[in-house]
Each structure stands twice: as C-alpha cells, then as structure tokens.
Design a protein around this ligand. Structure first.
Ligand SMILES: C[S@@+](CC[C@H](N)C(=O)[O-])C[C@H]1O[C@@H](n2cnc3c(N)ncnc32)[C@H](O)[C@@H]1O
Length: 227
C-alpha cells in the first residue's frame, strides 16, 4: 500500500488539493447552495429550538470556508435577539468574508491545531472531511467536543478511507465508527452522532493521498490511509 505517495498532515495542508482557491467555500445557511441541504436540517432552527431550554447555545463549524453560512446565522440571531447563539468557525485558509457579529468567531487554523475550551451543542463539518488527512482524529475531536446531548453531522465518503486489509478496509472503519455510536448514511454520505463520546482510535494513521481524484462530490479529494 505504501507505493502511494502518502503525505503527513502538515505536508497535506500545503497540497494544491487542500489549499485550492476554487473549491466551494461560500455555502449559504439556507437554500439550494446551503448548509441546510447538506446536513439535512436547518442548523439555526435547531439551535433556536434548544434556546427554549437553555440561555446559551454553541455551534462549532469545522472547515467553515468563508464563514458565509455562519455570518448569516449570527446576523439572524442578532436581529431576533432571543438568548445567545455563540458561533465558532475554523478553517485552514483565512478567506473569511467581512463580519461583525459579536457572537461569531472565525479562527484561521487547522482543525488539528484547534483546541476547544468549551463544549458545543452543534458541530458541523460541511464538505470538510474530504480534505483532511487523519479524518478519524478530526471525527474524534468533534465527538469529544459535544455536550452530552449535542449533535455532530459531517459529509463523509467512506471510499476516502483505506485500511491495509484487502477489500475490507472501509467497512472496518465504518463498523468501528458505528460501534462508537455514529450513524453513517452511505447514500447521503453523512456521518452523524448524538451526544459526547470519548474513544481511542485502533488504527494508525499512515498518511494521506492527495492524488485520489474526485469522490461523489466530483471534486478532487484526499484519501486517508490507516493500518
Ligand atoms: C469545500 S470547502 C467547504 C467550506 C464550507 N464548509 C462551505 O461549505 O462553504 C472545504 C474547506 O476545508 C478547509 N480545510 C481543509 N483542510 C483543513 C484543515 N486541516 N483544517 C481546517 N480547514 C481545512 C478548506 O480550507 C476549505 O475552506
């Protein structure tokens, strides 16, 4: 399997597939090019529903791109003025749109360097996992950063996992995720989790292949190799 040129997390972050300026970083919150379509529910409506029982809710969006959807959500919350919706976006490339909402924080850094100091009600990763090397590490970070009944949802193509075990690699990794309580919907390419989880990853990350070509998104993506 190591005939492929596998890149470390740091090297991958310099790859043109990841630092590519033509990828879609400008999804809206709602509408046909929106987060709502990608994750299957309206994130802001869900957060506002939680405000009925708590005064502050927190949303973390990993690989947030330009932050457009988050800015739209934060502006909508300011206008409604009910409770507090704190929103954090993290992206490697700081191509953030100008923004002012006080309850919004857009942070330029790798998800692997981000160290959350609080737990979140909602964590999303909209078409971000496709570009990460150690996808399982990022998924674990999200799971451990949820509140006890929080929600995580991410677009994921299991075809972008490879395990050194002929023919069974992806299925073993998906089975492992399901054993931790994740739901993986192959037809929708969605990974979901409800509630905080801590777990060890029984696979060793060997590197990432940025020459994997397009996945179901039709964009060139990164396959993550484990053993
Ligand atoms: C297809 S874009 C999606 C952006 C946004 N979620 C949206 O839907 O508009 C993927 C994003 O992942 C970001 N990304 C790739 N590797 C990353 C990493 N290691 N840490 C943080 N962000 C990363 C890219 O910079 C890019 O903005």
């Amino acid at each position: 399997m190591n005939e492929k040129r596998l890149l470390s997390t740091t090297k991958l972050e310099d790859s043109p597939v990841v630092a590519n300026c033509t990828m879609n970083r400008e999804r809206d919150l709602r509408g046909s090019n929106g987060y709502e379509v990608e994750v299957g529910f309206d994130p802001l409506e869900w957060l506002q529903w939680r405000l009925a029982r708590q005064s502050t809710v927190r949303w973390l969006d990993l690989c947030c791109g330009s932050g457009k959807a988050l800015i739209q959500a934060a502006v909508a919350c300011e206008n409604i003025g009910v409770g507090s919706v704190r929103i954090t976006g993290v992206d490697l490339v700081g191509m953030f749109l100008p923004n002012k909402p006080t309850d919004l924080q857009l942070i330029q850094c790798s998800v692997f360097d981000y160290q959350p100091t609080e737990k979140f009600d909602l964590i999303t990763c909209v078409h971000g996992l496709h570009y990460l090397g150690d996808k399982l590490k990022a998924i674990r970070l999200a799971a451990s950063s949820l509140v006890s009944d929080g929600r995580f949802v991410a677009n994921l193509d299991a075809a972008n996992f490879c395990l050194a075990e002929a023919g069974k690699g992806q299925r073993r990794i998906v089975r492992f995720l399901r054993e931790q309580g994740f739901e993986y919907l192959p037809a929708k390419h969605l990974l979901k989790l409800t509630g905080h989880r801590e777990f060890e990853i029984p696979f060793k990350f060997c590197g990432a292949d940025d020459s994997a070509g397009p996945n179901y998104t039709k964009q060139p993506v990164v396959t993550s190799y484990y053993e």
